[in-house]
Design a protein around this ligand. Structure first.
Ligand code: EPZ
Length: 420
């Protein structure tokens, strides 16, 4: 199992190129199922989760190539089944996103229920309820979702009980081929959904209300292929800016977009960082300063994203002052807390609220990654800790951060991967 060995204390400086967004690439790949003619997606990050979904799509019989230099080409004319097996879905829960497109285009799908994961039970009840509203017959049996529809899905009214990114993506990819008009209310507004809607429109879909919480889709008969570039990864961007904040450095993230993470940039400014916004770059300068502690609650976009909670908490552990963090999206997303405490952080958790009292210095210790974003928060803390920290189970981090050690080494971090 791979581990990182990190020598803390270096001030991070320099430029880092941001990759395409994992959480946009996954729905965009699922949407290739809808294309009648060949489709090309560029700026696809080379991540474990992306490779898993490519494998699953291949398993449908689709001819798909991924050159690992960020280009995916897919041709659905060879599709010969609509089955997404548990073996693959259990390793990457976003595989559930093939359900909507398969149902919309082929009228049936058998997709394994994704298990829960470390951060919560993460049910898909909203996905299934929304598809039933469009006429799908759905039964769940032996851990599989068996879905089918006689003829085409019918447009209808969908109202989500809570904001769900995956649920919005699944129903959007179903509605674009449904007969008639579908209105999706309480839709998620994350930039990754906007990216998916833009690609669907480029494929011939008719969608209005993009970027709002009410999407109106007029179904069409067919969708054609196109060439589309994945939007920049706002969470990767925020993660590397946090590395500058926690080490008192100065980092410029390129091939990104400040609009994607405005709520996060405002928190970094509240910490005392100097944030400069360019058209496709962002620079964070914390040189010679100790961050000030910032309190926040995670909420759906455009508010502060849950995927940045662990990373900003890590900066708070060495900030001056006291902060409170409320996690309102997932029921168990504080697993980085006991590991950060092993490095000397002073954090108390009460339900979904954490209170952090900044300490002057963290000190190295062996720690263990538990989930994707928690892993990055441990790397951040290790970069600031005195001594040599070993971070175990970093397979979690490989799911969502492309070339992480090269990118951090490029900024002056002392980090190396050891395989045992
Ligand atoms: C997406 O997960 C992201 N993953 C997550 O990023 C992100 O944390 C999350 O959205 C919230 O922004 C991808 O895009 C691949 P949700 P998703 O449906 O779609 C509950 C990362 O680190 N819910 O918006 O699964 C659910 O349990 C990952 O990159 C239901 O109860 O999230 C959660 O508490 C982690 N029933 C809340 O809603 C449902 O049917 C938000 O979930 C669906 C969701």
């Amino acid at each position: 199992m791979d581990k990182f060995i990190i020598q803390g204390g270096n001030v991070l400086k320099g430029e880092v190129r941001i990759s395409g967004a994992k959480n946009a690439a996954l729905p965009l790949l699922a949407a290739t199922i809808l294309a009648e003619t060949p489709i090309t997606i560029t700026n696809v990050p080379n991540l474990k989760d992306v490779n898993t979904l490519v494998k699953l799509i291949e398993g449908l019989g689709i001819t798909i190539s991924y050159d690992h230099n960020d280009v995916v080409k897919a041709d659905t004319s060879t599709l010969n089944n609509q089955f997404a097996p548990y073996e693959l879905v259990k390793t990457m829960r976003a595989s559930i996103l093939v359900l909507g497109p398969l149902l919309a285009r082929y009228g049936e799908a058998k997709v394994s229920l994704p298990g829960g994961c470390a951060i919560g039970s993460r049910p898909v009840d909203q996905h299934l309820k929304a598809l039933e509203a469009l006429g799908a017959q759905i039964e769940v049996e032996a851990g599989y979702v068996n879905a089918k529809v006689d003829g085409r899905l019918k447009g209808g009214e969908v109202v989500f009980d809570m904001v769900t990114v995956g649920g919005t993506e699944n129903i959007l990819m179903a509605a674009v081929l449904a007969e008639g008009v579908t209105t999706i209310r309480n839709a998620a507004r994350e930039p990754e959904i906007t990216d998916l809607a833009h690609m669907l429109v480029k494929m011939g879909a008719q969608i209005s209300g993009i970027d709002t919480d009410t999407l109106v889709v007029t179904g069409v008969e067919k969708l054609h292929g196109c060439e589309y570039a994945v939007v920049a990864d706002r969470i990767e961007t925020g993660s590397y800016l946090a590395a500058a904040a926690i080490t008192g450095g100065c980092v410029k993230t390129t091939h990104t977009d400040p609009i994607l993470l405005e709520a996060v940039l405002e928190k970094f400014e509240e910490m005392g960082a100097e944030v400069t916004r360019g058209e496709n770059w962002i620079e964070l300068d914390m040189q010679g300063k100790r961050p000030k502690a910032v309190s926040f609650r995670t909420l759906p976009h455009p508010e502060f994203p849950t995927d940045m909670q662990a990373q900003v908490m890590a900066v708070n552990t060495i900030a001056s002052g006291f902060s409170t963090i409320s996690e309102t999206i997932f029921e168990n997303r504080f697993m980085h807390v006991p590991e950060l405490s092993r490095l000397g952080a002073n954090i108390a958790v009460e339900g979904n609220d954490a209170t952090v009292t900044g300490v002057d210095k963290l000190s190295a210790a062996p720690v263990m990654a538990t989930d994707l974003r928690a892993s990055f928060s441990l790397v951040l803390a290790a970069l600031a800790a005195e001594g040599e920290t070993l971070v175990d189970r970093i397979y979690h981090i490989d799911r969502g951060y492309e070339k992480i050690e090269e990118k951090l080494q490029g900024l002056g971090a002392q980090i190396k991967r050891v395989s045992e």
